[in-house]
Design a protein around this ligand. Structure first.
Ligand code: IPD
Ligand code: CA
Ligand code: CA
Ligand code: CA
Length: 266
């Protein structure tokens, strides 16, 4: 029998240690490189953090597989067994430019089902975490089940990209939502924005394109507190190479899906 409590305990320890290493790097010069384009950044700390976490997992759980952003994980297409979905630094641009508003994100899945979710806001020392079925927490404070809400009272996490002309969505879908909502925010870290939905700081978060390491930890947290985790079509989120992501508290999710996304061809 898999001991999820022990996996959660070890993951927490490793993620906190990784966070200390990241904070210690603030006083040192970063090596910054670009990936697919000039704003797609990666640093030696993204890579070092991923290698650090993978090293620990390999030592303790050699049979577990790893899906991670910077290329030190495994290469596979199925979701069998236990898979750690890791984003060593989510919000790399913030890490480089602001030294805040970034997180370490981990989602641990068994046969494709989320079991342990963990998002660590390193600078604020805020650890959002859950073992599925046992409640979700921010540090030691239990997160409350999400109550039903409405768009007119909602703060929505959304990147301005999705309401300007872009290749993935006609801005006419989401611009009315931006107008009707109480407010919008864009923090630059999908994982943190999902942790904020789980803790009620945001009422929804929408992105047209994310990779599993961006949302893996967050979807487990949000599911645990009764939020809805889907793509823009309203289909349940799963670990897939890339997908749109739409997460929200109950009520807000249905309202956005029906009133704003209904006629879209996603
Ligand atoms: C990015 C952040 C950002 C989101 C991007 C992601 P990274 O992750 O989550 O908020 O808009 O789509 O790629 O590259 O900083 O790990
Ligand atoms: Ca990246
Ligand atoms: Ca990311
Ligand atoms: Ca990253």
């Amino acid at each position: 029998m898999t001991n999820w409590n022990e996996i959660h305990r070890l993951a927490t320890t490793w993620v906190k240690e990784a966070g200390e290493r990241i904070k210690a790097s603030f006083s040192e010069e970063l090596t910054i490189a670009t990936k697919s384009h000039r704003n797609d950044l990666v640093t030696d700390m993204d890579k070092g953090t991923e290698q650090f976490l993978i090293g620990k997992i390999h030592d303790h759980f050699p049979s577990h597989r790893i899906l991670s952003e910077e290329g030190f994980g495994d290469d596979f297409a199925d979701v069998g067994g236990i898979i750690w979905v890791i984003d060593p630094i989510d919000g790399t641009m913030n890490f480089i430019h602001q030294q805040r508003n970034f997180a370490i994100s981990i989602g641990i899945f068994h046969e494709g089902v989320g079991k342990v979710g963990m998002i660590y806001d390193v600078v604020h020392d805020e650890m959002y975490h859950t073992i599925s079925g046992e409640g979700a927490y921010m540090n030691d404070t239990k997160l409350k089940p999400l109550t039903k809400g409405e768009v007119k009272d909602a703060i929505i996490g959304i990147n301005a990209t999705w309401v300007t002309s872009n290749k993935r969505i006609d801005p006419s879908y989401l611009a009315p939502l931006v107008k009707d909502a109480r407010g919008t925010r864009s923090y630059g870290s999908a994982a943190l924005e999902m942790a904020y939905v789980a803790s009620g700081r945001l009422d929804a978060y929408i992105s047209l394109r994310l990779a599993p390491w961006d949302y893996g930890g967050g979807m487990i947290l949000i599911n645990e507190v009764g939020g809805k985790t889907t793509n823009l079509k309203g289909e349940a989120l799963m670990i897939t190479p890339q997908t749109s992501v739409f997460v929200a508290r109950p009520g807000v999710h249905e309202e956005i899906l029906q009133q704003y996304l209904n006629s879209g061809n996603w």
